[in-house]
Design a protein around this ligand. Sequence first.
Ligand code: TRP
Length: 464
Amino acid sequence: MHTETHVSNRWSSRYAYILAATGAAVGLGNLWKFPYIMGENGGGAFVLVYLLCILFIGIPVMMAEVAIGKRGRSTPANAAAMVSVESGHSSHWSVIGSMGVLAGFLILSFYVVIAGWAAAYVLYAGTGEFSAAAANSTTHAEAIGTLFGNLVSSIPQLLIWTTLTVVAVVYVISKGVKDGLETAVTYLMPALLVLLICIMCYSAIVGDFASAFAFMFDVDFSKLTIKGVLVALGHAFFTLSLASGIMMVYGAYLPEGVSIAKTSIMIAIADTVVALIAGLAIYPIVFAHGLEPSAGGSIVQSLPIAFGSMPMGDFVGTLFFIMVVFAAFTSAIALLESAAAYLVERQGLTRVKAAIIAGSGIWLLSLGTIGSLAGSEWAQINFGFMGGNIFDALDYLTANILLPLGGLLISVFAGWIIKTEVVKSEFSLAPWQFSLVMVLLRFVAPLGILFVFANSVGVLDFIS
Ligand code: TRP
C-alpha cells in the first residue's frame, strides 16, 4: 500500500519552474552526449529524427508527466498510483514512477563520471594545458587527444574527480542548499548560452563551418541505421529528462494556472537550442582538424583545440568548463533528488541518510563506468547487444530501453487509462489543441516507440 505523501509546496512563479526544469534538462546530454552520438550516427538524418522525436513524442510525454505529478501532488510512484485509482484503475501504475527512479539512479552512476571529466577540464584549462598543447600546430589535435586519453585511462584520476562530484551532489541534497544554487543557475544558464554562442562564432571563423553545417543539416537517410533511430528516440527522452521521475516531481510543485503545454514547449526549445549550438561550436573544429566525426565530436576532445588557439583561450576555456560543470551539477542534483525522495518516502529515512545512502550506491556503481573507461578487465563483461562493458551497458539500458519503455507506459497511461476529463482539465487547451495532443499520446508516441523497439531488436524481420 502506498503511504500518502502529499506535496504542499509550490514553485514561487512560472519562471522558477521553467528555470528548474530547464536546469535539469540542459546538461551533459546536450553538451557532451548529443554532439558525439550525432557524429557516430552520421549527422543530418539523425538530427532530423531526433527533432521529430522531441516534437511529436518528447513534448507530449513531458506534458503527461507534469500533469500526472500535478494531479497526484505527490512523489512519482504515489502520484501515478493515485491518478490511476482516481480513474478507477490499478495502483500498479505506480511502476511509471518507480521505473523512472531506477532509470535516474542508473543514469547518475555514469553521469557523475562524465561530470568529473568536466571538473578536471576546469583545472586543465586554468593551468594552461590547452594553450600548451597548441604550441606545435602539427601535433595540436594529437596533444589534446593525449590529454583526454591520460585522464580516462587513469583510475586514480577518474576516482578522485568522480568522488568529488558525488560528495558535492550528496552535500547539496542533504543540506538542501538549493536556494543559493538556484540563484547561481539563474545567471549561469544564460551565461552558458551566451558563451556557447561566442564559441560557435569563433569556431565558425577559424574552423570549417560549412562542412559542419552540411554534416548536421543535410539529410541523407542512407547514413542512418535503425539503431541510430533508437538512439535518437532514447536521446530525446534523456535530454528532456523524461521518464526518470523528475518531471513528475516538478509537476507536483506546479501552481494552478500555469500552462503545462506552453512551459513544456519552452523547456524543449531551450534544451534543443543548446544542443544544436553545441554541435555547431564543435564540428567546425572537428572538420578543420581532420578529425573523424564519429570520434572527435565531443566537448572534451575538440573544443580544447579551439581554446588552445583562441585569444585568452585559457580563460575562456576555464569559464566554459565551469559552466559545463554547473549545467551537469544541476542535472545531477535533480537526478539524486528523485532517488533520495524515494528513499524518504518508502523507507522513512531522514533526508540526510537518504542522500548518503543513494550517493553511496551511485558511487559504488560508478566504479563500473570508471573501470570500463580505464580498460580494466573486470569491467569488460560481455553484455551482448548492449555493448562490451559496464558503461556501454548502463548507457544502452537506460537511454535505449528504460526511458523509451517508460515513455511508452506514460503515453498509454495518459492517453488510455486516465479519464479524459482529468487530462483535459490538467492540460486546459483549446479543443483542437487537446485533440492533437491526445492523438500524439494515444497513437503517435506509443506506436512510434513500439515500432522502433520492434525493428531494432529484429521482431519485424519475421514479418517482412
Ligand atoms: N537531461 C539531462 C541531460 O541532458 C540528463 C537527465 C536524464 C536528467 N534524466 C534526468 C537530469 C533526470 C535530471 C533529472 O544532461
